[in-house]
Design a binder for this molecule. Structure first.
Ligand code: BGC
Length: 244
């Protein structure tokens, strides 16, 4: 079955039509910058532009960068605070006339990796970390998702959230090298390992393509590997949500 998968992030909205059984992208991936401020009406307009780009008429699966419970945003992550309480599936459905299924972006990326990618057939605790505008986390136990585990928003030292210290956005904002940033990211991974004793950690998000630049950060006494689908895991998993 083919589904339009959309991965909404703090800086980009990425989409493609996906074969949900094989995980293959049927089309080129298309990217639209997240509108400045990322307010609900503006993001909904870009989601409609994405649907139009693919001339899509079927169901849509969407990864969204906040806590999502039954299609509703329960936090605002790195987007506009006015998202809290918004029924995201209804907002996008009303704007496009199509049926939408929504999940947290890291949970969606994790789903693609656990079903078809780097975490396939791995039992025990598997955690996918997305490195991007924030630090997202998807936690799986014996292949089953524990939804909305938010490891990036836990505080660290003077930082209100770990992601303000160790996300890719933090690296860019502070203009630090991968070497220095890698030390920060390692602190985050150490915290994840201490808290969950995972059997495997998978790295996704934009920075998963650059993993060679921060290899030392990944030596945390637990296997840490890149996502099979790299940054496309979010699109593939988003499409998979629609058929779960
Ligand atoms: C949000 C998470 C999200 C992550 C990555 C964080 O700010 O709280 O829900 O998964 O950013 O987008």
């Amino acid at each position: 079955m083919e589904v339009l998968g959309i991965d909404i992030g703090g800086t980009g909205i990425k989409g493609a039509i996906v074969n949900v059984e094989s995980g293959e992208l049927i089309t080129e991936r298309y990217r639209i910058p997240t509108p400045t401020g990322a307010k609900p009406a503006d993001v909904a307009n870009e989601v409609a532009a994405m649907v139009k780009h693919f001339n899509w008429k079927g169901v849509v699966g969407c990864g969204f960068p906040t806590i999502i419970s039954n299609g509703k945003a329960k936090s605002f992550g790195n987007i506009d605070p006015s998202w809290v309480g918004v029924q995201v599936d209804e907002l996008f459905s009303e704007r496009t006339g199509l049926e939408f299924y929504i999940a947290n972006d890291a949970d969606a990326a994790g789903l693609a990796e656990i079903k078809l990618g780097a975490g396939k057939d791995v039992s025990g605790v598997v955690i996918l970390i997305t490195i991007g505008s924030g630090l997202g986390s998807g936690v799986f136990v014996d292949g089953k998702l524990v939804p909305n585990v938010e490891l990036g928003i836990v505080g660290y030292k003077e930082y209100e959230r770990f992601e303000f210290y160790a996300s890719d956005a933090a690296r860019k904002r502070e203009g630090i090298s991968y070497k220095i940033w890698g030390k920060r990211f390692k602190k985050f991974l150490d915290f994840v390992v201490r808290t969950f004793s995972p059997d495997l950690i998978i790295i996704g998000g934009g920075a998963s393509k650059k993993i060679d630049k921060f290899k030392e950060a990944l030596e945390v006494g637990t296997p840490v590997i890149p996502a099979k689908y790299k940054n496309n895991a979010g699109i593939i998993g988003a499409a998979m949500i629609a058929v779960q």
